[in-house]
Design a protein around this ligand. Structure first.
Ligand SMILES: [Zn+2]
Length: 351
């Protein structure tokens, strides 16, 4: 059985690269904590991934989860100040650079498809820079250009909170993702500037009206780096059938989020989530978006994973489960690796 190389569309591991938040973890050393470090990534067949920089809130939020009679809702998070967000992103960017420098060539920052392919050929692990939420970018968009110069190739307009560009969904189940207004005028400017620079736009966490604004404006394929099907698990974070159709029609990609609460029909935060539930989501997404439009967007180090996968080293078990349930080799290769590269190639100007 030949190995399936994996490129992952989303992780939150960057927070554990920061000295003050690392909890003693070092990305270059194998840990049992969390989900992702270089040794476990390589064990799992990962060739690289989109690494999310993300502005942590100014104050740790109190636990605002309310259990309702049929699900849950989380109080809508406050906006963060752009100056605060920019300090955070600057710190994370330098932490990633330091780590890559320390890796002695085992890790590389890639800004083009040819760099990803070259790294794969050389056996180096690829980091592609993503930012989850444009909170650090001011109205003149100048910081977007600076980040692009620094290697940013993918941008989520919002996390699940508001900013000057748009409105993220509050976390809730069962509920429609149509939770508020669409993009602001600045948000529309941001979409145009991302298209000009060739930065991939990620609709994950964006509410439904914002999604349709991106769909109407963007000249690039529509991409959700980490989401699941709303028809199976009706959480605000998941994509409706109409959204999946729109992604398919633009030749876009959905990265399957392994977060158990977005996979499971009952949205329970339950590690005992069998492969059947994960494969059911993949099956549904492939039926609606097509084999060319479904990839992996694990959310490692940002969500509760199914126990059978556990962490990045467990990804081959997911590939096996897909194979056993009838996915052919070509679909597996597309899911694991090729679809991300295809959409990068269509979105980024530098080949
Ligand atoms: Zn996320």
């Amino acid at each position: 059985m030949d190995t399936v190389r994996i490129f992952d569309g989303h992780n939150d591991a960057v927070q554990f690269m920061l000295d003050y938040r690392s909890d003693g973890r070092d990305f270059l050393a194998r840990s049992e904590a969390g989900h992702l470090d270089l040794p476990r990534a390589l064990e799992g067949g990962m060739a690289g991934g989109l690494f999310a920089m993300y502005a942590l809130p100014e104050h740790e939020p109190v636990n605002d989860l309310t259990i309702t009679h049929d699900g849950y809702e989380v109080r809508y998070a406050d906006a963060v100040h752009p100056d605060h967000a920019r300090r955070q992103i600057g710190g994370q960017l330098s932490a990633i650079r330091k780590l890559i420098g320390r890796s002695g060539g085992k890790m590389r920052l890639a800004t083009s498809v040819s760099e990803i392919e070259a790294a794969r050929y050389d056996g180096a692990f690829t980091v592609v820079l993503h930012m989850e939420g444009a909170d650090a970018i001011g109205p003149d968009l100048g910081y977007l250009d600076s980040l692009h110069d620094a290697g940013l190739r993918s941008l989520g307009i919002v996390w699940s909170r508001p900013n000057i560009f748009g409105y993220g969904v509050p976390f809730a189940y069962p509920r429609s993702p149509d939770t508020g207004p669409g993009l602001t005028d600045l948000g529309k400017d941001l979409i145009r500037r991302c298209n000009e620079l060739g930065i991939m736009i990620d609709v994950s966490h964006l509410n439904e009206r914002g999604f349709w604004d991106v769909a109407a404006l963007s000249t690039a394929p529509l991409v959700a780096t980490h989401a699941c099907a709303h028809a199976i698990c009706p959480s605000t974070r998941n994509l409706t059938d109409r959204q999946l159709d729109a992604i398919r029609d633009t030749g876009g990609v959905v990265g399957l989020n392994l977060a158990v609460n977005d996979i499971r029909a009952d949205a329970n935060l339950e590690e005992d989530t069998p492969f059947d539930a994960v494969v059911r989501q993949i099956d549904y997404l492939v039926t609606h978006v097509g084999a060319d439009g479904v990839a992996l967007g694990s959310d490692f180090d940002g969500a509760v994973m199914p126990r059978d996968i556990r962490d990045a080293s467990g990804l081959p078990h997911l590939v096996d489960a897909m194979r056993k349930s009838g996915f052919d080799h070509s679909t597996l290769q597309k899911f694991a690796y090729q679809n991300w590269l295809r959409v990068f190639d269509l979105t980024w100007p530098d080949r």
